[in-house]
Design a protein around this ligand. Structure first.
Ligand SMILES: [Cu+2]
Length: 626
């Protein structure tokens, strides 16, 4: 939704979320805010060098703190207390432990306890709240449950991790034990592709506020034999600047518009569900009007009135600045660490000419499929669409004296969403090399029809009877106040292949003693290959992500199939609605992906929208692989 950064500000400033205790303890816990344009790359933590815990595992203890709108991981490394989220480096096949201690509202006992003394963590259960029903997509029933989550719980997700879900179980909560700490015992699968990943907190209902405030960082799976010196690698995390700064201070007050939208939803009368083809769904009225309360939406695109939060590069104000040696191959590990902002990135030289981006890896996965030489092959792209939590590994060799600028390009996230304005994010200067240690590497342009992603698509085309298809639909609403339940959002992700669907928020239910819910929304057989049509029936963009696996996006802005773990889901298109011109119809967009469950460990995990405001408001489902 378009209000995200505004709401981040409003919520975190509101009395409901003020820390109830230990305010003095939390203040300054995240160190000083750095206001500089010089990129300071995050410190490396090599897990194989981490101290041993009581169980004899290499262990990193990350204590989560809050200081106003900022959140941070506080940890000790080499005897120094640090508050910048580390780049966690791991090796394929390696075993280690990460402990998350929850110090948001005060010091946790689990931070200093022996690892063997930590009780197991239990899931965060949803509170008992009444269910309300509304009229939803295609006249189906919405099962709405409103909860207001306080940003006091936290946990850990290793985004892109392909091992068992039990090792980074996001259903668990640090607040579920008296010690307020969870220990994650992780073994990196030998088959985990070498590349750039991201870790972040995943506490349902507060992930947006926490990740927007700083609770994410890169984790890197090292190749078995490095192709480049570490000094030629650069970890560049795009994050909101905190304190938040809006880039359009002229946005009007949209309160009346919001109220009109909610009142409209409340006025809809139940009607018979209409018959439909899940894979060719009919147009359906939008949730939000074209005009209300003096705010008029532009039907051709963005209203242009909604502010976006400025982003930083590794905490440096944009345009940030870095210097690299000329004539030597550099590996840029670009990470979109914003909670809600897809970024369309372009690289230009000083004369404004677009430079091809040589992408060797997307979302950690080498585009060539060559896990022994992950930098050996690249796709040349003119632009890069990075959804929240998406990563791109780029090789770059610059001529002496050159300056290239990486910018976020203007584009419209949809009638009901942000207008992304142009921002120069990073200037890269090439200085004469002072050493000849790191040279150039051979990286060849790939034949896009012969990547692993292209081969899986070709297999699916020639074996349609082996492919199980689903339609997964994104919808969103504003509901009016009813009784004691205030006006609120509902965001849903629904398997609409099932023609008896009910839109409903993420709502896990656990049997006694269980650490995963017994209420999956989707059940998949291990060994299956599935094709999912991601149906966007809204006028704002979403970002699909599923845990424990990467998947293939069949068609993308790149023009070729690519393997990713997070995918941009563009808006539908508007059509006139004769019955109610103020609520035009949306012809849904369809983004098609292939999911190969042949090597996905059995278990329960989640799929969700990675616009974290949406996830927190329900747009998440539970999958069981059995
Ligand atoms: Cu979304």
């Amino acid at each position: 939704m378009w209000f995200v950064p505004v709401l981040v500000l409003a919520w975190t400033g509101g009395p409901a979320l003020r820390a109830p205790a230990a305010t003095q303890y939390a203040r300054n816990a995240c160190g000083p805010s750095v206001a500089s344009h010089d990129v300071q790359e995050p410190p490396d933590v090599e897990m194989w060098n981490a101290p041993l815990n009581a169980a004899g595992e290499h262990e990193l203890i990350l204590a989560v703190h809050r200081d106003g709108d900022r959140f941070c991981f506080r940890y000790t490394w080499d005897g120094v207390v640090r508050t910048v989220a580390p780049t966690i480096r791991v090796r394929r096949g390696e075993h280690f432990a990460i402990r998350i201690a929850n110090d948001i509202v005060g010091p946790s006992a689990g931070e200093s306890a022996a690892s063997t003394a930590l009780p197991p963590c239990k899931p965060m259960s949803m509170p008992a709240v009444p269910m309300q029903h509304w009229v939803g997509y295609l006249n189906h029933i919405i099962d709405d449950r409103y909860v207001h989550m306080h940003a006091v719980d936290t946990n850990l997700h290793l985004h892109g991790f392909e091992g068992p879900a039990s090792m980074e179980n996001v259903f668990l909560s640090t607040l579920s034990t008296p010690m307020h700490a969870c220990e994650y015992d992780v073994t990196v699968p030998r088959t985990q592709p070498p590349g750039t990943y991201i870790y972040h907190t995943h506490s349902h209902g507060s992930s947006d506020v926490e990740v927007a405030g700083g609770l994410d960082g890169a984790w890197i799976v090292e190749p078995d034999a490095p192709q480049l010196a570490r000094s030629a690698e650069h970890v560049l995390v795009l994050r909101y600047r905190v304190p938040f700064v809006l880039d359009n201070p002229f946005a009007p007050n949209e309160d009346a518009y919001v109220r009109a939208s909610a009142a409209h939803e409340g006025s809809l009368r139940p009607a018979s569900p209409i018959a439909y083809d899940p894979f060719n769904p009919p147009p359906w009225p939008v949730t939000y009007p074209m005009r209300a309360g003096g705010v008029a939406m532009d039907p051709t695109g963005c209203n242009g009135v909604v502010s976006e939060s400025l982003v930083s590069v590794d905490g440096a104000d944009a345009p940030a600045s870095m210097t690299v040696p000329a004539g030597q191959t550099q590996l840029l590990r670009l990470v979109n660490g914003t909670s809600d902002s897809p970024k369309l990135l372009v690289l230009r030289d000083a004369a404004g000419n677009v430079q091809g981006l040589h992408v060797v890896g997307l979302d950690g996965v080498p585009v060539s499929g060559d896990v022994e030489h992950p930098l050996s092959g690249y796709l040349a792209l003119k632009e890069l669409m990075l959804s929240p939590m998406s990563r791109a590994d780029i090789v770059l060799t610059m001529p002496p004296g050159a300056t290239y600028t990486l910018s976020g390009e203007p584009y419209c996230e949809g009638k009901d969403a942000f207008f992304q304005m142009h921002h120069d994010l990073l200037r890269i200067h090439a200085a004469a090399a002072t050493s000849s240690v790191a040279g150039t590497i051979d990286s060849a342009q790939l034949d896009p029809s012969n990547t692993p992603a292209a081969r899986l698509v070709a297999f699916a085309r020639t074996h349609p009877s082996l492919i199980h298809r689903r339609a997964i639909t994104f919808t969103e609403y504003l509901f009016p106040k009813r009784g004691r339940v205030p006006m609120h959002y509902g965001f849903y992700i629904t398997d609409t292949t099932n023609t008896n669907f009910h839109e409903h928020p993420f709502w896990p239910i656990y049997r006694d003693g269980a650490t995963v819910p017994s209420t999956p929304d989707i059940v998949v057989q291990q060994g299956a290959i599935e094709e999912w049509d991601l149906v966007n029936a809204t006028m704002e963009t979403h970002a699909f992500h599923i845990h424990q696996m990467a998947f293939v996006q069949e068609h993308s802005y790149t023009g070729v199939p690519v393997t990713v773990d997070t995918v941009f889901v563009p808006i539908g298109s508007l059509l006139p609605n004769r019955e109610n011109p103020n609520y035009p119809l949306v012809k849904p967009s369809i983004t098609r992906i292939l999911l190969d469950f042949r090597h996905v460990p059995k278990g329960e995990f989640v799929f969700h929208c990675h616009m974290l405001f949406h996830e927190d408001h329900g747009m998440m489902g539970i999958i069981r692989v059995e």
